[in-house]
Design a protein around this ligand. Sequence first.
Ligand SMILES: Nc1ncnc2c1ncn2[C@@H]1O[C@H](COP(=O)(O)OP(=O)(O)OP(=O)(O)O)[C@@H](O)[C@H]1O
Ligand SMILES: [Mg+2]
Length: 406
Amino acid sequence: MSHDSAMPDGQASDTGSVLVVHDDQRNVRLMESILRSSGYQVLKAYNGEDALQVVENDSPDLLLLDVMMPKMSGFELCQRLKGRYQTRLLPIIMVTALNALEDKVQALEYGADDFLSKPINKVELLAKVRSVLRVKGLQDELERKKSEIEAANLELVRMQGFKESMMQMVVHDLKNPLASIMGNIQLIQMQNVEMMSPARLGELLQRTQESGRQLMRMILNILQIGKLEERKMPLRLEPVPLHKVVQENVDEMMGLSARDGILLENRVSPDLPAPRADRELVSRVVANLLNNAFKHTPSGGQVIVDAQRDGARITLTVSDTGEGIPEELQPRIFEKFVAGDSDAGRRMLFDSGLGLTFCRLAVDCHGGRIWLRSKPGEGTTVFISLLLEGPADAKPGSTSAGATAA
Ligand SMILES: Nc1ncnc2c1ncn2[C@@H]1O[C@H](COP(=O)(O)OP(=O)(O)OP(=O)(O)O)[C@@H](O)[C@H]1O
Ligand SMILES: [Mg+2]
């Protein structure tokens, strides 16, 4: 196609298909040859009915429409096309007799985009066709943008609904540890405490405490995930003695470890250099990982926490010999609300699918990395790598691109 006359904005102008509608063959031929020589594809119709058919079948970009035609006048055809939703934006140039002012006014009233006088002047014809097509191009662009915005809006509404239903599920999950706490208290109230064996009372209290800890862990995860996502979480950086932090968490789990017959070991060396980090956040990451390991490891299994120095980084690992994570779940495991449907919860440990999301965000804002290796039936190891010197830009909530699910 030729682009003989460059447009002011440098775009190629002479492309597109033009439907010429005229009952006079000579006029059709004349307009056809002018348009073709300029690179346009030309479609032809000799009456209104045919024109409607061509519009339907070939979707032209523009109509050159004669006013005076038998049966259906140009005005009527124009009105019909502009009145239909699908063709309302199809540009129409009406071809009127010279000095027929009334026709020109009427053409505009019927919705025509422009008009052209007979006898046809080549320069004027091409100038008007280009100008109307340029406007059509902009209009199409607008329509495209409008559809994109509508689609994005729909997606937002869908996501909002998703978020709300997920939050409802999480709130529902919070009921479980609370119900367990209330149930245990009721049991203690109903029975005569003096008659209760110390072992039984101890067990009930331990379960109650365990449920309270779960509830607190879940609530803190929910509260802090929001803050971490918005990068509004101030980090209190200090050297974090990992052996100590792990031991505090291990001590909390010891009751559970004994009850469920799971060996729990802190192998982190007390001599390991302390990475600069937010102690509270690191501790909560360890708590979440231990919680997961315990939920998914059967009696007789092992949960081991270890840490190694690797140059400027410290890598902490929490390994278990449990059921492992199904392969199809692994790529999404650090996303919000992703939880497996194992028989977790059997020991009153609860799933909301937020623990690993919290861990990822907490590690991320330290400029660290988190990933895991897991084999169904063999066990899981979660790795957390922290910079000894702390986050490079120690700004609150700074994130690293390195968080990965492996
Ligand atoms: N050590 C593990 N062994 C086996 N599966 C695990 C382990 N850790 C996590 N998972 C799987 O990953 C899912 C997501 O874990 P995540 O900690 O994010 O949520 P959750 O434990 O289900 O709920 P919560 O919000 O209470 O932590 C779990 O539901 C479980 O299916
Ligand atoms: Mg968890």
